[in-house]
Design a protein around this ligand. Structure first.
Ligand code: HGY
Ligand code: MN
Ligand code: MN
Length: 434
């Protein structure tokens, strides 16, 4: 019996003969996107659904019920990753997964991550109502804590699944209030029995909004994603001395916020020097943050990204020399640590071909691209053939409550997801086209 991952064993039928003719129901998909936005919905029309929060539990419970209504079995692993599985003809094959995430940023939008999971649900609904039997089991995965906003780093639970982090590392991650991942995972009842990584996949496809402006700018409907750029996160604490703003002369101050300001500017300059790389200070905590106290301590985070690992090394070196040259000169001290790095990833060529064939079948304009944002697919690619599909988002805006994409673009992404999954399914056993 050919191994699922063995490309030689895969059927080499011409793609066009391998694509089924099922159509997703775009209105049903759109309704689900809009309906579930109430779980953590914000006044500005976005979503605040932090990982393992009550709102995350609400949408997880909804998702579980929807999948069970389709006859799927729904299970969770030890870090809360949810697997909704529909049996196929040969259940000895590991499932073909469609995954993404339901957690959001604090000022998140309705589509980041959510489109990937709900489009997968729409694929599952379509297979169910058409009574279409696949060769391999088909599965939807909701990856826990993709955003890493509440419990850094990002992609934490798909990282545990891929063997990048031990479960205990995830359990001990704490939010800014000191509440741990494990406390919350148990509180919402999603600590499952499956040892992370024991559940094998034949492949994973992730549909996602681009979160950037390229597809919209080039009027392309589909991004054929070939990989994800490298990412590194740092935490920096700058220390000076709290002092009276009225009685402390300028030359005698140890103002940590001035140090932070110099570093924020230096990080921006590093990004500008290394484009297409990017560099950002996104989180800052100023202490004591009182209007008439010279700030004695500042905590800030740095996010460096680049498609090329060598360039990332250069950016990291420049960050560290900026700290060494700037902070002591201001009679301040600092502590810097790299808390996360995710190296650049290339996706599976055979899955990229399925996405291309599916895109061609529906006649969508497309272009190849590397993802600027991080995604669970970046880690899953370490343990199973993986790829991604992008659709445009309005103005390229994301991680913003105004994040928006159209009914038509969501439908296009879901249709390509369906066709790509079914094309890959048919290669697993070499079945004649249906
Ligand atoms: O940080 C990222 O790129 C992802 O949105 N978590
Ligand atoms: Mn995302
Ligand atoms: Mn995101």
């Amino acid at each position: 019996m050919p191994q699922a991952q063995d490309p030689i064993a895969r059927n080499a039928l011409p793609w066009s003969t391998m694509l089924a003719n099922l159509q997703i129901n775009s209105q049903r998909l759109w309704d689900s996107l809009i309906d579930t936005a109430k779980f953590g919905g914000t006044e500005k029309g976005g979503i605040k659904r932090l990982a393992l929060s009550d709102e995350d539990k609400q949408v997880r419970d909804w998702f579980k019920a929807q999948c069970e209504a389709l006859g799927c079995t729904v299970a969770a692993d030890e870090v809360g990753n949810m697997f909704a599985t529909r049996p196929g003809r040969d259940n000895t094959l590991p499932p073909i997964a469609m995954g993404s995430h339901l957690d959001t940023q604090p000022t998140g939008g309705k589509f980041d991550g959510v489109l990937g999971v709900l489009a997968a649900l729409e694929v599952m609904r379509t297979l169910h109502e058409q009574d279409y039997e696949t060769n391999a089991p088909i599965e939807i995965v909701n990856w826990t804590n993709e955003e890493g906003s509440r419990f850094p780093p990002a992609m934490l639970a798909s990282g545990v699944f891929a063997g990048v982090f031990p479960p205990q590392y995830a359990y001990e991650r704490a939010d800014r209030e000191g509440i741990t991942f494990l406390q919350e995972l148990e509180r919402i009842g999603y600590r499952g029995p499956i040892r992370a990584g024991d559940h094998k996949l034949s492949a994973m496809f992730e549909l996602h909004i681009e979160q950037g402006p390229i597809l919209e700018d080039e009027k392309k409907m589909i991004g054929v994603v070939t990989g994800v750029q490298g990412m590194r996160w740092y935490e920096i604490t700058i220390k000076g001395q709290d002092a009276h703003t009225g009685a402390t002369p300028m030359h005698l101050r140890k103002n940590a916020l001035v140090g932070a300001a110099r570093i924020i500017d230096a990080v921006d300059a590093i990004g500008l020097r290394h484009q297409p790389g990017v560099a950002t200070v996104g989180l800052i905590e100023n202490k004591p943050n009182s209007r008439n106290v010279v700030p004695g301590e500042v905590f800030l985070t740095v996010d460096l990204r680049h498609p090329d690992e060598n360039a990332l090394d250069e950016m990291e070196t420049e960050l560290r020399s900026a700290l060494a040259q700037t902070i002591p000169a201001l009679t301040l001290t600092y502590d810097e640590k790299k808390i996360w790095s995710s190296s650049a990833v290339k996706f599976a060529p055979e899955l990229i071909e399925c996405v291309r064939a599916a895109t061609t079948k529906s006649g969508f304009d497309s272009r190849d691209m590397v993802s600027g944002a991080g995604h669970d697919a970046a880690y899953v690619a370490r343990v199973a053939p993986t790829t991604m599909i992008f659709v445009p988002c309005e103005g390229g805006l994301s991680h913003n409550e105004a994040e928006s994409t159209s009914h038509e673009e969501c439908a296009a992404g879901a249709q390509v997801l369906l066709d790509a999954v079914l094309a890959y399914d048919q290669t697993l056993r070499g079945d004649a086209p249906r």
